[in-house]
Design a protein around this ligand. Sequence first.
Ligand SMILES: Cc1cc2nc3c(=O)[nH]c(=O)nc-3n(C[C@H](O)[C@H](O)[C@H](O)COP(=O)(O)O)c2cc1C
Ligand SMILES: C=C(O[C@@H]1CC(C(=O)O)=C[C@@H](OP(=O)(O)O)[C@H]1O)C(=O)O
Length: 330
Amino acid sequence: MSHNIFGHLLRLATWGESHGPAIGCMLDGCPPGIALDGAHVQQYLDRRRPGTGRNVSPRQEPDQVRILSGVHDGHTTGTPIAMLIENVDARSADYPADAAYRPGHADRTYDEKYGRRDPRGGGRASARETAMRVAAGAVARLIIPEVRVEAEVIAIGGEEDAGRWDAMLDEARADGDSLGALVECRATGVPAGWGAPIYTKLDADLAGAMMSIPAVKGVEIGEGMNAARLRGSENADPMREGGRYDSNHAGGISGGISTGQPIVTRIAFKPTSSIRKPVASINAAGDAKEAVTRGRHDPCVGLRGAPVCEAMMALVLADHFLLHRGQCGG
Ligand SMILES: Cc1cc2nc3c(=O)[nH]c(=O)nc-3n(C[C@H](O)[C@H](O)[C@H](O)COP(=O)(O)O)c2cc1C
Ligand SMILES: C=C(O[C@@H]1CC(C(=O)O)=C[C@@H](OP(=O)(O)O)[C@H]1O)C(=O)O
């Protein structure tokens, strides 16, 4: 599998930079005959796009998607589905060429790897790219219509009381700072049997998919990190006649294969690294230079990260549905 193509039978490649003319994707392996139009994809893009309120980046991107290939007469043809979104509100002047590397962003590591980069915005590393994941995820949902994937923010800055979040975000923003968030992403309607006992484990693919989202620093499935504190008797999911489970500490996956219970993941988003509060840094020449980020940034990236988590889960599940059907039928 190439490093920039995601998936096994359902393969996604994206392209584009934050401040380039457009971003796009190619989703290959989608079965033919599925009803698909731009409006279906758009509803998911509208939940992720920036410029929708004071707690997200004010960059005004309508994220209007165009489906360029793979669909005819309102149905998928089985050929690669190409989609495109134009960038209409990049403000590259916010990123002078001699700017300090932003600690926590990809500026320095990118330079060290490639020796050159597009310095406008985060370039290829910008989460602008995640719009295409959401577009592809919208198609993936149609491959597995019996599955429902939903994500929500369950904590911001460690606070679970949603009633406090606006005030916390206002305070952080006024302080030129940012907050992290915890997202819970679930899938219901996944039958038992998707996944594999080794290598193509459903949990391994889900964890890799979530970790590939910019700013994600932790992924838990089921009991997750807490399982390390439990005893075997506490972490077991007792089974009853007829196949019912008493509990779901496993998060719906056992031995790399879905159990038929809800699949439950929690995803930790770090606080946005581009902040107005000065942080010690250097420029590309290696000279000391404080990073004081301008530009239009999310005060809490997890808020727009939730629809991206849903997209990644839908893509992994649709891919595993196709793998399972290919090997075992049904
Ligand atoms: C939906 C979304 C929006 C984001 N918005 C911003 C942003 O406005 N400013 C920023 O510095 N980082 C933002 N990020 C995170 C950066 O893209 C990310 O931190 C950067 O690419 C470095 O990658 P890493 O954090 O995974 O190491 C966002 C991430 C997501 C998922
Ligand atoms: C544009 C989007 O988010 C951007 C993600 C992002 C980053 O560094 O990840 C930085 C900001 O953009 P810019 O490169 O213009 O500073 C965000 O606005 C988007 O999600 O569509």
